[in-house]
Design a protein around this ligand. Sequence first.
Ligand code: NDP
Length: 298
Amino acid sequence: MADAKRIDGKAFAEGLRERVGAEVARIKSESDVTPGLAVVLVGEDPASSVYVRNKAKQTEEAGMKSIEHRMPMETNEADLLALIGELNGDASINGILVQLPLPDQIDEQKVLAAIDVEKDVDGFHVENVGRLWTGGDALVPCTPFGCILMLKEELGDLSGQRAVIVGRSNIVGKPMAALLLAESCTVSICHSRTHDLEERCREADILVAAVGRPEMIRGDWVKPGAVVIDVGINRIDAPEKGEGKTRLVGDVAYDEALQVAGAITPVPGGVGPMTIACLLRNTVVAACRQNGLNDPAL
Ligand code: NDP
């Protein structure tokens, strides 16, 4: 069997960012609105810091306003809630993203619930979650939304496809299930208590891995011709690159799955780049809704 098609998330994300940039230019020319995104980072986690910097850079490159708020690790909940209150009331800010995880002294759910639902560009507010499951106008979590865009590009109509998701987190697994269900897939959600996980995976026309365990899903768990979306990002030791070196791998054993699948997203360069592109897209959608403009064609 020929190798699977490699789904190029990087190229796909570049295309989406270009379309977002074109929509931002159109909105600016037709109104006095410049979509604005505020990102809040509490603490100095190096990975989060790089991620926040990338978000800010790509927001500006798309012609939008970007604001970064960096708060110290010892920030208390009241101070963070006060900042969110200010951002909620600032008409030049259309999207608010609080980088997770937050330090232990801060209640994550309380913070997410404090974000204005119309500015919740991560789609984690309980009202957006409800809208997503009930077919309303939700702001949709970025990572699963990026996966759906790539799946539709790959397969066209997803209706009737058998989809299996491994992972049931609020940020990936569950919203992914809602989105696939909305596309009329037959959806199973697997997790750490699932019996016969390998068998369940082998049933999938669409297999989404969001586990956080390096290369857990082996090639012989994949149905021949299936489309495999690997959300996992795991850093593992790479002694072959030299002492102390590391590399990124997904939740799927890529080289094995490549022999069996019809198409597969690599790690890195698959789902990851789509996440920020979808964040920019959500910010433009939020800006349009807040200013009574038509939803952008994104
Ligand atoms: P969580 O840790 O919140 O959830 C992991 C899920 O995997 C849980 O539902 C857990 O089950 C399940 N699980 C764990 N071990 C097993 C097992 N042995 N068999 C079956 N299921 C198992 O992770 P996230 O959803 O936040 O992230 C998942 C992965 O995706 C991570 O690698 C993360 O880095 C990556 N990620 C990538 C993003 C991107 O932009 N590409 C964005 C967000 C995440 P249970 O509920 O029973 O414990």
